[in-house]
Design a binder for this molecule. Structure first.
Ligand code: TRP
Length: 323
């Protein structure tokens, strides 16, 4: 029996290289080895998106992105979070055994609190809903980016706490963080993130991608000067695309001098286009047949709900709402 893997992405706007290398690529690489559940976290997105058109469009976009990147709906249970309402019921039980000070210690909450004076309750409760996502399907492995690691730790703590209070119920899940891709740098060298406006889009037009690549920040060394690959933001991105030999060769060129940053950027641009070409084609194919995408999500939801219903029945019994 394969182990259960679960992960999700919030539908919060255009997918970028950071999302791909930090998350989706892992789901695709692991889909043969695990019993994979991959979902679109539309309920989590409501913590920030309060617009019907925007939310539904973003949700379908993530479904297209997942399929374009190579998730195979025959291997992976692909669904949207809100189709499994048992998850929000479980989140309530977790709410009732979790303290406010514990949630106040979450770094994501602290960051949000610094930026927004009056954080909504949903945002505050984010880790609880995420714990419910993970635990309701008896997930063992949760592949996530470094920034989500603490949330998986919260899920582990909450599972343990529930088990202590109500008796053995949940498997304690493990985060899987792929080291070499855990942080994808953006064009300014900081972590690539929509909120930093430093992304390279995954499915942008050629011009958009080129523009972003050409804006990658470098020092001002001229063509002939030797350059330090380890501190170069372009080189850090090359690492995601090139094999060891190609990377060694590029490293030599950096150290010897003679390669301009502009040339390095042009190489990177080509590497990106090569990666996304087949993905773009797949995305266009599915985009022409949105009903098929809806079918895939509905089928996924059906399967996910069977699992969730089994589990919530056990949980209801343990909590005492079943009489
Ligand atoms: N918080 C994740 C993100 O920001 C999305 C998410 C929601 C998730 N629930 C999850 C990821 C459960 C893994 C497991 O992208």
């Amino acid at each position: 029996m394969k182990k259960r893997l679960l992960s999700g992405i919030q539908p919060s706007g255009a997918m970028h290289l950071g999302n791909y290398f930090g998350a989706i690529k892992q789901f695709v690489d692991l889909q043969n080895d695990y019993d994979s559940f991959v979902f679109i976290a539309d309920l989590h997105a409501i913590t920030t998106i309060h617009n019907k058109e925007e939310l539904s469009k973003n949700t379908l976009d993530v479904a297209l992105d997942y399929l374009a990147c190579g998730l195979d709906p025959l291997k992976v249970c692909l669904f949207k979070q809100s189709d499994v309402t048992e998850v929000t019921e479980l989140a309530w039980y977790f709410n009732c055994i979790t303290t406010m000070p514990y949630l106040e210690r979450a770094t994501a909450y602290k960051d949000a609190h610094m930026k927004i004076k009056e954080v909504n309750v949903g945002l505050f409760d984010y880790p609880i809903l995420m714990a419910a996502d993970i635990l309701i399907y008896d997930s063992e492995i949760v592949p996530v980016g470094q920034d989500q690691k603490q949330h998986v730790e919260y899920a582990r703590d909450i599972a343990q706490k529930f088990n202590n209070i109500f008796g053995e119920t949940f498997i304690i899940p493990k985060a899987l963080i792929m080291k070499e891709v855990s942080v994808v740098p953006g064009i300014d060298g900081k972590k690539m993130s929509k909120s930093y406006k430093n992304t390279i889009p995954l499915f942008g037009t050629d011009e958009k991608i080129k523009k972003a690549v050409m804006k990658i920040v470098t020092d001002s060394k001229g063509t002939d000067e030797p350059k330090d690959p380890e501190t170069c933001n372009i080189f850090k991105l090359h690492k995601l695309f090139l094999g060891k030999d190609e990377l060694d060769r590029l490293q030599d060129k950096y150290k010897k001098g003679g390669l301009s940053y502009k040339e390095s950027k042009e190489m990177l641009y080509k590497e990106i286009l090569d990666l996304i070409k087949p993905m773009r084609e797949r995305r266009e194919m599915y985009a022409k047949d949105i009903d098929k995408v809806r079918d895939i999500l509905n089928n996924g939801a059906r399967r996910a709900r069977i699992e969730a219903l089994k589990k919530i029945n056990i949980i209801r019994d343990k909590v005492g709402v079943k009489i």
